[in-house]
Write a protein that binds this ligand. Structure first.
Ligand code: PMP
Length: 342
């Protein structure tokens, strides 16, 4: 217990009393209209909660159509967090891991919790890495988040394929933000025996509160995962139905994603035009260097929440902002101008 209390654990975002804050710190999709999500939730509520959830297969069929992979290549989980954690605790026990740095901190936290030793390969100034640094690490498991949180860039397919073909062990690829990016490795995951891909309804589909994620892998891995590793009922029937209701509205979601990509461009240009060093992103957030320490606090005072990231490569005062609706983005830019003026 004492040893556990020494671990840092995941830092949850601050949630100040005021309801009127611009929440741009947790990469949710607030550009999806709340009315649409409420309609989806009303549809989802049409279940008999006396029964254990029965809709897993139905959701898998719908995901398989959406992702264009076989239903037998899909595992459903209580958010992708739960699937990453299960894969780590079951498949990686007693092994050594390798990942990049910086990346999604949950992975490192859970490795520490499970006693999995971890090597970290620092990203270079272009926020990328050489396949040799991962493949030659001697580790048994590798985690790569692509697009990467917090840098936002998706690693090239060629680089990812070099890792997939050259790494001697299990590769976990986190595609939580793939809908905002250029490509997905889902076809590779379905046909290879060393690759597990993690995806989620929390980001593009706007259902972070419903806690629905899924993994795509070979039939063999998925069979073991579903039969032996996953809990019998990891996701509530209401959440399963919510995910299905969103997939029925996939065209609407796609339009919102296209809108967010345009907003991402707009935000990047606005930040650059006021002299802020912003980084190109393939996700629904942008990393930027505020070049001074007080910007996070000043934005907060002004009613805007962003995530404090700190040092990334040679940039020491990085923050991460979630791309929102035009109204939110304008509010953020106005606030950023105030926060970075003398
Ligand atoms: N992976 C990455 C890279 C993330 O940023 C997040 C959310 N912060 C997750 C996974 C977890 O998503 P979920 O809500 O599906 O657990």
């Amino acid at each position: 217990m004492v040893e556990l209390s020494m671990l840092g654990g995941y830092t949850k975002p601050e949630r100040p009393e005021s309801k009127n804050m611009l929440r741009m710190d947790t990469n949710e999709n607030l550009a999806l209209p709340l009315d649409l999500i409420k309609e989806v939730m009303r549809e989802a509520l049409d279940v008999d909660p006396r029964l254990y959830p029965e809709q897993y297969d139905e959701l898998k069929v719908m995901i398989s159509r959406y992702a264009n992979v076989s239903k037998d290549s899909i595992v459903i989980g209580n958010g992708s967090d739960q699937l990453i954690d299960l894969a780590l605790s079951v498949f990686c026990k007693g092994r050594r891991g390798v990942t990049i740095r910086p990346t999604f901190t949950f992975y490192r936290d859970r490795c520490m919790l499970h006693g999995i030793g971890l090597d970290e390969v620092m990203l270079d100034d272009e926020f990328t890495f050489s396949s040799g640094s991962i493949n030659g690490s001697g580790a048994d498991v590798c985690y790569i988040c692509s697009p990467n949180n917090p840098t936002g860039n998706q690693f090239s397919r060629d680089l990812m394929m070099e890792v997939i073909e050259g790494f001697d062990g299990l590769i976990m690829v986190d595609e939580a933000y793939a809908e905002f990016a250029g490509y997905s490795l889902k076809d590779e995951a379905a046909k290879r025996d060393n690759l597990i891909l993690f995806r989620t309804f929390s980001k593009a589909f706007g259902l972070a509160g419903a806690r629905v994620g899924y993994a795509i892998a070979s039939r063999e891995i998925v069979d073991v995962f579903n039969r032996v590793v996953q809990y019998p009922y990891p996701v509530s029937s209401i959440s399963l139905r919510a995910a299905m209701a969103m997939l029925r509205r996939v065209e609407r979601v796609r339009r919102v994603i296209d809108g967010l990509k345009a907003e991402r461009r707009w935000l990047y240009e606005q930040m650059s035009s006021i002299g802020i060093k912003a980084f190109r992103s393939d996700a629904n957030f942008i990393l930027f260097d505020a070049r001074r320490d007080d910007v996070h606090a000043r934005l907060k005072e002004d009613g805007v929440l962003v995530r404090r990231i700190g040092q990334v490569g040679r940039y020491s005062t990085c923050l991460r902002v979630t791309v929102g609706s035009r109204e939110m983005n304008e509010g953020f830019i106005d606030s950023l101008k105030r926060a970075t003026s003398a």
